[in-house]
Design a protein around this ligand. Structure first.
Ligand code: PMP
Length: 364
């Protein structure tokens, strides 16, 4: 038994065996403000109607037409123009993996480049495909370091540049003129990751229209369907045509597709939820500005990055008071002492502020 298991383990990649798995932290019983989920459910009658729609889906069949229908509905929702196409992922996480697969060339050094601190999956997916990930530090106030980005692009000739717009976890949008120059300089794909687009003042659709190498990736997760897992990648039809070949044919389930279509039919409900979260964000910013010792950074997303006196202790103390936020302090030197707060319902935000205030008081 043991020898057979050892032989089986032996065929796995050494680097995979040495990896740490992506940790999803338990949150049962806590106010969950750690993962930028939309805190609102659908109103009761819509929830009921969704249940009926899902109940009528033929789950004995592989996904087909309804998935294509969802892709068309998302393209219309985004206002995708002529000559561009859209492909679906099982969340944008899957699209990041497919992009890595699409550029990986055995025997060649292939580079993926992104500013840091940024979304962890760019680096992880690169490692899974033996790509070299190059992270370029942001400035101290979380702006793109244009000179460093352009120098790194010239040196490493990256196959993919990721720009999360707004960025996670810093929550800001970057200067469009700088992004334009980066897009110009990039020798490969430039992926604008717009996971937080429902909460942002601007998007990159015009940039994509000007540059065939610019792709836009979005997700229904922050819209309100994090549990459903639907991401989408938009760009020049010829690029999408090839990348789409790597997609497992049935990656979006019939239940996901139906739920996604239902959500788009009720897009106005989700737009109201996003507006409520933007209002909640403004109220939270105002309240955080009054807390001594806390520095809250500007946000264009449904999260706020704050710098606090002792992130580790505050995080643990807030959790003991029933509120789970994300401690990003150890992620990158620029984030030392930082927590990332997801914007929740008004009640959740109030509870989070109370827990933060009490935890700050307990520090002294
Ligand atoms: N991009 C960014 C910038 C994110 O923050 C996230 C999720 N936190 C994702 C992509 C992945 O989203 P999903 O897989 O849920 O579509």
């Amino acid at each position: 038994m043991k020898a057979a298991l050892d032989r089986a383990l032996g065929v796995l990649r050494d680097d995979v065996r040495a990896m740490q798995a992506y940790a999803v932290h338990p949150s049962a019983g806590l106010i969950k403000l750690d993962a930028m989920e939309n805190p609102f459910r659908l109103p009761g009658e819509l929830q009921q109607a969704l249940g009926e729609r899902l109940g009528a889906v033929a789950i004995n069949r592989y996904p087909g037409e309804r998935t294509q229908h969802l892709a068309r509905a998302l393209a219309a929702h985004a206002g995708l123009s002529e000559g561009k196409a859209l492909m679906l992922g099982n969340g944008s996480d899957e699209l990041i993996s497919l992009l890595a697969m699409a550029v990986s060339k055995p025997g060649e050094r292939v580079v993926v480049l992104a500013p840091l601190p940024g979304f962890v999956m760019y680096g992880l997916s690169s490692a899974y495909q033996h790509l070299d990930f190059v992270g370029v530090p942001l400035t101290a106030d979380f702006e793109l370091d244009e000179a460093a980005m352009l120098a790194a692009i010239a040196e490493h000739r990256p196959a993919i540049v990721y720009l999360a717009y707004p960025n996670n976890p810093t929550a800001n949008l970057w200067d469009d003129a700088v992004i334009e120059r980066i897009a110009h300089a990039a020798p490969g794909l430039v992926v604008m990751d717009e996971a937080y687009q429902p909460f942002a003042a601007r998007d990159a659709m015009a940039l994509m229209a000007r540059h065939p190498q610019v792709l836009i990736m979005r997700t229904m997760s922050k819209f309100g369907l994090a549990g459903v897992r639907i991401g989408y990648l938009m760009g020049h039809a010829e690029l999408i045509h090839h990348i789409d070949k790597l997609r497992p044919p049935y990656n979006v389930s019939v239940l996901n597709a139906e739920a996604g279509l239902f959500a788009l039919e009720h897009a106005e409900v989700y737009a109201l939820q996003a507006a409520a979260l933007r209002d909640g964000r403004a109220a939270l910013q105002a309240a955080l500005a009054r807390l001594p010792g806390v520095r809250a950074y500007p946000s264009e997303a449904n999260m706020i990055l704050v710098r606090v006196p002792d992130a580790d202790r505050l995080h643990a103390d807030m959790k003991s008071r029933g509120v789970l936020v994300k401690n990003v302090s150890g992620m990158h030197p620029l984030l030392a002492g930082c927590l990332r707060l997801t914007v929740g319902t008004a009640d959740e935000n109030a509870a989070m502020l109370a827990a933060l205030e009490a935890s700050l008081a307990a520090l002294v």
